[in-house]
Design a protein around this ligand. Structure first.
Ligand code: KIV
Ligand code: ZN
Length: 516
């Protein structure tokens, strides 16, 4: 069933909130600000910047984003209680357009086992929460958490009452990714048909990808259910198997306009750079075969396909790489490029550094890189800025230098110099491989005792001249963090990534998960 007339689909990005709930994806305030600015450039309608009551850090990040973002609505999540809602309102105060998103679980399982509340108590709390939130803004969203496993009669009762209290958006959450497209879409349609005041709210979909159907469920919610807002994240980032991928929704709706007949405000040429930024900051790499933003999404290896593409592009291509922001590894700068050219390229890439000191620091990193690598691509510039910021954030440990020796048949040895609160330390160790030796050397000094959960190396551009970007995921006492480091030498990148992860573990910033 195609949508009857062309209307608008609201894109609600929750990378900075639900995406960040993914273990290890936690971001600093500055990182959140960089992503929020890029989301504004991408022209998403709503940016869910975080969960204000979860930590001082998240509160400060939402407040800063609320003061900076002009074109998108800025939103904070809050549980359905006065304290959370007041915190959200306070953090959002500077925003030109603000939204409070409040939620409470409505499924029998969550109410009984998690909330230990009766349905009547949940009903009352939902109603009071929306009433309270409306004191701060007209733009209030309500989500029945675990909506897709909730009783329809109870949902009708709760949703009717929150709309009567002034909720403008009803976000039907498939919290555990249990939905299947047809049933999920029909649930929304039934709710809209049965709830007398349903037309007073915009209906929204929020799907998790546990069965790999988040995008399909979201689109069914739109087409069958009549939802007009999709909640999604860049690269589908999110807890467990992630959330609905923003880039897939945007390109599905645009490419199949004949079917969906909906308008979206997103600037699709910003999709690839946004994807790269989120992956560089969080350390969650994008699989090569990922739709739209994966490195192979537009690569045609088979001879038959290549032949077809040369004859007529649309034989095997339904979208054009350049339309989503792929710019075939353009050489942008070189050894002789000056500070002004570098600064201008930063601006073109949407990287706004806070001060001239930061621009100077980035420029001197660029010069160092250009001395070692003749061709500098956009990806290199983005990586060096991220790397600079990673090493500045919570800078307890800072990489200085290393030397490393490997020879066939011998155990690799490493010597690492790094500073601990500004004081230099030197350490040496052997290991099973060069990276193992580096980690052993660092551990011999820091004695962090953390567990390494993931070590991954990615080439930032093509060819053996490429910088390597390393992600190290560490866990300690139930906390999981990702460290990212980039360098032409992947052993150096590994040391930087390990120290960056230790810095994150070092910062005491504890964050409450809203759904626990
Ligand atoms: O998945 C979920 O239920 C959520 C809600 C807070 C909307 O993220
Ligand atoms: Zn969610």
């Amino acid at each position: 069933m195609a949508a009857s007339s062309s209307d608008r689909l609201i894109i609600f990005d929750t990378t900075l909130r639900d995406g960040e709930q993914s273990p290890g994806a936690s971001m600093t305030k500055d990182e959140k600000i960089r992503i929020a600015k890029q989301l504004e450039r991408l022209k998403v309608d709503v940016i869910e910047a975080g969960f204000a009551a979860s930590s001082e850090g998240d509160f400060a990040a939402i407040k800063a984003i609320a003061g900076l973002i002009k074109d998108s609505t800025v939103c904070s999540l809050s549980r359905a209680n006065d304290r959370d809602i007041s915190r959200a309102a306070e953090a959002l105060a500077p925003a030109e357009r603000k939204r409070i998103h409040t939620f409470i679980a409505t499924s029998p399982l969550h109410m009984e086992k998690k909330l230990r509340m009766t349905p009547d108590q949940v009903f009352e709390q939902a109603k009071l929460a929306v009433r309270f939130a409306r004191q701060f803004t007209d733009d209030v969203e309500f989500s029945p958490e675990d909506g897709s496993r909730s009783d329809m009669d109870f949902l009708c009762r709760v949703i009717e009452s929150v709309i009567a209290e002034g909720a403008r958006t009803i976000n039907f959450a498939d919290t555990v990714g249990y939905g299947v497209p047809e049933l999920y879409g029909k649930m929304i349609r039934t709710l809209r048909e049965r709830i007398p005041n349903s037309d007073k709210a915009v209906w929204s979909v929020h799907c998790h990808n546990d069965l790999g159907m988040a995008v399909a469920n979201s689109l069914a919610g739109v087409m069958i259910g009549g939802a007009r807002q999709v909640e999604c994240t860049i690269n589908g980032l999110g807890e467990r198997a992630g959330n609905t991928a923003l880039e897939e929704i945007v390109m599905a709706v645009r490419t199949r306009k004949d079917h969906f007949n909906l308008d979206i405000g997103v600037d699709q040429t910003q999709l690839v750079s946004t994807s790269k930024l989120v992956s560089q900051i969080t350390g969650f790499t994008v699989q090569p075969n990922k739709a739209v933003v994966g490195a192979n999404a537009f690569a045609h290896a088979s001879g038959i396909h290549q032949d077809g593409i040369l004859k007529a592009r649309d034989t095997y291509e339904i979208m054009r790489a350049e339309d989503v922001g792929w710019s075939a590894n353009k050489i942008v700068l070189g050894k002789l490029s000056g500070r002004n050219a570098f600064k201008q390229r930063l601006e073109e890439l949407g990287i706004a550094l806070d001060s001239e000191t930061e621009v100077n620091a980035a420029f001197s990193r660029f010069k160092e890189l250009a001395d070692r690598k003749s061709e500098i691509f956009d990806e290199d510039i983005m990586a060096l800025v991220s790397d600079e910021q990673h090493s500045h954030d919570n800078e307890y440990y800072r990489f200085v230098s290393l030397s490393q020796h490997s020879e066939t048949g011998e155990r690799p040895k490493a010597r690492v110099v790094f500073s601990i609160e500004g004081k230099e330390a030197t350490c040496e160790a052997e290991g099973n491989g060069p990276v193992d030796a580096i980690v052993n050397a660092i551990e011999s000094k820091t004695e962090s005792g953390c567990e390494l959960l993931l070590f991954s190396v990615n080439a930032i551009t093509t060819g053996t001249q490429s910088q390597g970007e390393v992600t190290m995921r560490l866990s300690k006492a139930g906390r999981i963090v990702n460290g990212v480091g980039a360098d032409l030498d992947i052993v150096v990148a590994s040391a930087k990534a390990y120290l960056s992860a230790l810095n994150k573990l070092q910062s005491k910033a504890e964050k409450l998960n809203p759904q626990m």
